[in-house]
Design a protein around this ligand. Structure first.
Ligand code: MLT
Ligand code: MN
Ligand code: ZN
Length: 298
């Protein structure tokens, strides 16, 4: 058995270029010097026929148009059978509104994330008689699509930006931010686009995996402040950085993971420019920088 993954969108919320951003990376993408990247989403399959999309980005319409694996096979027959969202962030749920054309699919998420969607009537555009909303308990395996089993597990994170109160806890461990384990036969893959740090139990879970697609939002915690783009650190956004002693490269260097791929890169991250020194450093550290359209088979 094999697991197929297609990176539909490798960028974090905002994408590359971000509409209102004049940073060096966004300008380079506008000038055609580096490839634009769309917002965070991956399509996965365990048999090459039935596909699930992990996170529905606002770019999903264009992403699906570019991904032949999910094109219709009949008038309204689609290889896309299910959609799973790992948190309630806008970059991961806004694309659900694009999928409102009375096409049956199953929407998987934790109960907490389903409650966030249910509290917002605009998502009623996904009619109950078409889209079945399946509430998934943590650490309970379920069939994501035929021949591919998934399990959701809590990773440190925070509530979506639009639900933040006055006091924000950025490393909540519960149903608001999850990672996905994917199993087909003896193959084991992970998709974790948002994660505030790597606690020991997460490291143990990932040990020996065939593939890990992981939160590559920022290269360093204060890069957006240094670039004058924002007052926020990565930690404040609930995202671990790639580099440094507390970064994900260090946290995962000795876990014997066969293939490590960064996803969900912010446009401030130097690795979003394939020409950067940091891209080379990440590659020397055993990582691949995810890019739109990348196909991975394990
Ligand atoms: C994040 O990943 O931190 C969020 O997507 C940020 C946002 O909602 O803009
Ligand atoms: Mn995001
Ligand atoms: Zn930018």
């Amino acid at each position: 058995m094999t697991i197929n993954a297609r990176i539909l969108g490798a960028a974090a919320g905002g994408g590359l270029p971000q509409w209102n951003c004049g940073c060096a990376n966004c300008n380079a993408a506008r000038a055609g010097e580096i490839p634009p990247q769309s917002q965070s989403s991956v399509a996965v399959s365990g048999n090459g026929r039935d596909w699930a999309i992990l996170n529905a980005s606002p770019d999903i319409r264009d992403q699906m148009a570019k991904c032949t694996a999910v094109h219709p096979t009949g008038l309204r027959q689609l290889p896309l059978k299910s959609v799973l969202v790992t948190n309630g962030d806008i970059d991961h749920v806004a694309g659900l509104l694009v999928l409102r054309e009375s096409q049956p699919f199953t929407l998987f998420a934790t109960a907490e994330i389903h409650d966030v969607l249910a509290a917002n009537p605009i998502f009623d555009a996904l009619r109950d008689d078409c889209v079945s909303r399946s509430r998934i308990a943590l650490d309970q395996p379920f069939e994501l699509v035929p021949d591919l089993t998934a399990t959701l597990f809590a990773v440190p994170g925070k509530v979506p930006l639009y639900l933040e109160g006055d006091v924000v806890k950025t490393d909540l461990v519960g149903e608001q931010t999850v990672g996905v384990e994917l199993i087909a036969g003896n193959k084991r893959a992970y998709y974790i686009p948002g994660c505030a740090h790597v606690p020991a139990d997460l490291a143990d879970r990932l040990r020996g995996a065939d593939l890990v697609m992981f939160d590559g939002t920022l290269w360093s915690d204060n890069e957006m402040i240094r670039a004058g783009l924002s007052q926020k650190t990565g930690q404040r956004m609930g995202h671990i950085s790639i580099s440094g002693p507390d970064g994900s490269m260090t946290a995962m260097q000795d876990l014997n993971i066969k293939q490590k791929v960064y996803v969900h890169m912010n446009n401030s991250n130097p690795v979003i420019d394939p020409r950067s020194d940091q891209t080379r450093q990440a590659e020397q550290g055993g990582w691949t920088i995810g890019r739109d359209g990348m196909e991975i088979e394990i």
